[in-house]
Design a protein around this ligand. Structure first.
Ligand code: 5GP
Length: 120
């Protein structure tokens, strides 16, 4: 896990499409694309197109409330499109102790298999 430098991340190049990704859902505010190293048959990342200081959830401020709500609604749209609405998990890793590796807020949407709890 890396630290939060506040600098650019690989997701900037995914948003600009300089790095290709398999896009599942996109609108003016968010992008959802398949994780390159999937941990389940469905593993999609949902990110804000404008990071606006949201390197991690722990940096959230009142101005971020709208985008945070929109990200969660987009996670539901992804689950619906992927056919996993009856069972899926949304995860946010925050900081090195939680194994966050990319410092641009992202929701993991996981499903398509029996998920275990706790995840470890
Ligand atoms: P984190 O560990 O920060 O919660 O999650 C970062 C996720 O981004 C990881 O699951 C990792 O596989 C994914 N990832 C990193 N680089 C790329 C990339 O270039 N393309 C895609 N599609 N996913 C990536």
């Amino acid at each position: 896990a890396y630290a939060d430098s506040g600098g650019p991340t690989i997701f900037d190049k995914i948003i600009s499409k300089e790095i290709p990704s398999t896009i599942i859902y996109e609108d003016e505010k968010v992008l959802a694309f398949r994780d390159i190293n999937p941990q389940a048959p469905v593993h999609v990342l949902v990110i804000p197109k404008l990071r606006d200081g949201l390197t991690q959830l722990g940096k959230a401020e009142p101005r971020h409330e709208d985008i945070l709500g929109h990200l969660f609604y987009a996670a539901k749209i992804v689950a619906e499109k992927e056919g996993i609405l009856d069972g899926f998990r949304v995860v946010i890793n925050n900081g090195p102790t939680a194994c966050q590796s990319v410092y641009h807020l992202h929701l993991h949407v996981l499903g398509g298999r029996q998920l275990k709890w706790p995840p470890g």
